[in-house]
Design a protein around this ligand. Structure first.
Ligand code: PHE
Length: 350
């Protein structure tokens, strides 16, 4: 754990073992330079405590990158709750209560919202004990409700600017886009792509949604996904999917998706460059949900403001592509340059 924390470069890792359920609660406060640490709560089973810890650290760091790139006044944080393989409803409720109490006790050090394994009802439950620090609670006046759609709008904006970069127009009609995962983000993204008349292939671990099929999206079996010929491959499920094996199979011009931490390591980034596949850094693409929800619930953003900020996701990506080309560096390095400048600028301003 020492080694992880040293390499992480974050501010603090709050950890707590929940005795009644045998769950490990982790809250990574990566950076509060730009504002209070904010990020989703991920709740799932991990094969080991080590994996849960490294996930929490990596995810909280990418929240810092996302907010800095979007020039949004929030810092990076993330909670990971590693639960046993089975948890009764009663135990789950108890765990969420204790987690909510912990978030409340932090008194604004950490603000949270949804992520993998957390439903609206769960957020509602957590919010009962930490009312000021939980986004996306159900049916609350003025609350943004859910973040999947806003994330999908941001991914669409990023896909369009990628198509622009490749073809000098952002026409999606008949362009093949491959979406991995049809959960809250993937499903919304597929609908948006179909509206733009793109030719959509998708996969999911669940049986395909009838709505998507009826509207013309084509289902591909999960194991067949990587080798499909397409223009843009859009990973919108779990992270860690781009490695030596999967990159070898890819038959696309660009990867632009919402999943957090898509690349297993730096080598994966090199492999993509060797194959001349344009990689849109995930943290540049998937900020839509967290930004819009926080913008609406904290700063009362209007619909116009939301649309303008979503558009900015595409234009920032364009800057990243251009700067990477100009300096002959990877797109991730180009994005991190912007992040570092924003963080440093703020430190100087203090
Ligand atoms: N799941 C979101 C992300 O990874 C986190 C989030 C959503 C945080 C909504 C706050 C509000 O970006």
């Amino acid at each position: 754990m020492q080694v992880y924390l040293k390499d992480w470069g974050g501010e603090q890792l709050i950890s707590c073992f929940d005795q009644p359920t045998g769950s490990l609660i982790l809250i990574g406060i990566h950076s509060s330079i730009l504002g209070p640490a904010t990020g989703g709560t991920r709740m799932m089973s991990y094969a080991s405590d080590d994996l849960a810890i490294s996930d929490c650290l990596r995810l909280s760091k990418s929240m810092t990158y996302k907010f800095a790139l979007a020039d949004f006044p929030r810092g990076g944080g993330k909670a990971v709750i590693s639960i046993p393989a089975s948890l009764s409803d009663k135990d789950r409720k108890g765990l969420l209560k204790r987690y909510g109490q912990l978030v409340n006790k932090l008194n604004g050090l950490f603000y949270t919202g949804p992520d993998i394994g957390i439903s609206q009802d769960d957020l509602e439950e957590i919010g009962k004990y930490a009312p000021n620090y939980v986004f996306c609670k159900t049916n609350n006046q003025g609350q943004a409700n859910h973040s999947g759609e806003a994330t999908a709008l941001g991914v669409l904006s990023a896909i369009k600017s990628t198509i622009w970069h490749l073809y000098s127009n952002d026409e999606l009609e008949n362009k093949v886009i491959l979406v991995q995962g049809a959960g809250s983000v993937g499903h919304a993204l597929i609908l948006l792509l179909l509206e733009e008349k793109a030719s959509v292939l998708f996969t999911d671990i669940k049986p395909p949604s009838k709505i998507l099929i009826d509207k013309g999206a084509q289902f591909v079996a999960p194991e067949e996904i990587f080798k499909q010929e397409c223009i843009v491959f859009s990973p919108c499920a779990q992270g860690g999917i781009l490695d030596n094996e999967t990159i070898k199979q890819l038959n696309c011009k660009a990867v632009v998706g919402a999943a957090n931490n898509q690349l297993v390591n730096d080598e994966a980034l090199e492999l993509l460059r060797e194959k001349d596949i344009l990689y849109a850094p995930d943290f540049a693409v998937n900020i839509g949900g967290a930004m819009v929800v926080t913008g609406i619930e904290t700063f009362n953003w209007s619909n116009e403001k939301v649309s303008a900020e979503i558009e900015k996701i595409g234009s920032t990506l364009e800057l990243i592509y251009d700067s990477a080309e100009e300096k002959n560096i990877s797109t991730v390095d180009a994005a991190l340059e912007i992040v570092r400048n924003r963080l440093q600028q703020k430190v100087y301003d203090l």
